[in-house]
Design a protein around this ligand. Structure first.
Ligand code: FAD
Length: 380
């Protein structure tokens, strides 16, 4: 026996997925004297990918049928709406319109078929006149209305997940950066730096189960785990997405998405809004080498050109840089999209270890379903 502190389960990363996972594990092991800790390198939760997204509760339309993205999005959407009702998380099922030009009519039909195969059964076709009635500023030949798409206050959601997890006994450790992980028989030896930069101190503890949910750092943490074969760690591609705020009055009452272009890494520059009805456009897709969030103002012109294909009244001067996020993609530019990659022992051969790679959109929507999926596979 070592004389280090010891936890049964350790989750690395307090983004929305790490938090939802800790919450679901805490529910599974309620009243069973199982200790769970969440390690987070920042001062608080949700400072990375989870605070730089569209805050859309996706329906589950686009993803390949039977993929984890499709299944966990459809299941996660329902779980997220129920959770939001139960714990009073601000959200709105405002619905989304996928708008198509005449030349895209067949693709729109195919998209509906894919949605049905994914279990999204509530999409409605709208012709030009029906669309005009709902959204007079939109110019399109036809549209699909997705009534189950919504928006959520993701910060309030994460705060609540942490609170509920703590009520169930989970310990949250901010300012706790994982540096390296050794494997010692049936335990992991966690090497951390705890405290703020200058005053940080080394701290080691043991845990039996380890969930690597470190978002953009998941691969670099995986490389420090002594027994993980390097060839099981997928290559990470940073794909930046910028948003521009719309300066004028928001003319829309739904989220507006163009048809996704073939072989693009995103869903097209779409119109989303937050719960205060602030309209924004984005995100675009830009593969980058480094994590940096500056926005090039001159992109407003390209944004306006793209948006004018469905919202003709847009002007470049209506757009002002807002914020950006970086997707942890497992596919590079022009490569086919890759599914969530959730690895257990059968992939890397290390008992007790679960690693999450490529947790891009719809990770927020799917978070509770991902948490349940992981909780099911953890066996103490
Ligand atoms: C531009 C964009 C738009 C998106 N839009 C949507 C959307 O509308 N709807 C939707 O469902 N999904 C959306 N997503 C996807 C969603 O935001 C992500 O799937 C989700 O936030 C990922 O959460 P995470 O917990 O994996 O990562 P993160 O939120 O990045 O959390 C990882 C955490 O690990 C911590 N960490 C890293 N290294 C260490 C270490 N060494 N030690 C301790 N802690 C560490 C980090 O500080 C961080 O807090 C979008 C993503 C992007 C980028």
């Amino acid at each position: 026996m070592s004389n280090r502190d010891s936890f049964d389960i350790c989750v690395i990363g307090a983004g929305v997925i790490g938090l939802a996972t800790a919450y679901e594990l805490a529910k599974k092991y309620k009243n069973q004297d199982v200790s769970i800790v969440i390690l987070e390198s920042e001062s608080s939760f949700g400072q990375h990918i989870s605070s730089r997204n569209s805050e859309v509760i996706h329906a589950g339309i686009y993803y390949p049928t039977d993929s984890l993205k499709a299944k966990l999005c459809v299941e996660g959407k329902e779980l997220l709406y129920s959770y939001s009702e139960q714990f009073n998380i601000p959200h709105k099922k405002i619905g989304k319109l996928i708008v198509a030009k005449k030349s895209e009519a067949n693709a729109l039909t195919q998209l509906r078929e894919k949605a049905i195969a994914n279990g999204v059964l509530d999409l409605q076709f709208l012709n030009r006149a029906e669309l005009q009635k709902l959204e007079p500023e939109i110019d399109a030949h036809a549209a699909l209305l997705s009534p189950s798409t919504g928006i959520i206050d993701s910060h309030a959601y994460m705060q609540s997940l942490l609170h509920q997890a703590e009520i169930l006994g989970v310990q949250f450790a901010p300012y706790s950066r994982v540096e390296k992980i050794d494997t010692d028989k049936e335990t992991f030896v966690m090497h951390c730096q705890i405290g703020e930069n200058k005053n940080a101190e080394e701290y080691q503890f043991d845990c039996r189960q380890l969930i690597n949910s470190a978002g953009l750092q998941a691969q670099s943490i995986a490389r420090t785990i002594s027994k993980v074969p390097k060839n099981t760690i997928p290559k990470l591609h940073y794909c930046k997405g910028d948003y521009f705020d719309y300066r004028g009055h928001n003319p829309f009452s739904h989220l507006i998405y163009p048809m996704p272009e073939a072989n693009t890494a995103g869903l097209g520059i779409h119109a989303t809004m937050d719960l205060s009805s602030q309209l924004k456009f984005g995100p675009d897709t830009d593969f980058v080498e480094n994590i940096a969030f500056e926005i090039d103002d001159s992109k407003a012109k390209t944004f306006a050109r793209n948006i004018s294909s469905y919202f003709p009244a847009i002007k470049t001067a209506d757009l002002k840089p807002a914020y950006s996020g970086i997707r942890p993609k497992l596919s590079g530019q022009s490569e086919a999209a890759v599914d969530f990659n959730i690895q257990g022992e059968s992939v890397h051969g290390v008992p007790g270890l679960i690693q999450l790679f490529g947790m891009e959109s719809p990770g927020l929507t799917a978070s509770l379903a991902i948490g349940k999926h992981i909780a099911r596979s953890v066996q103490l």
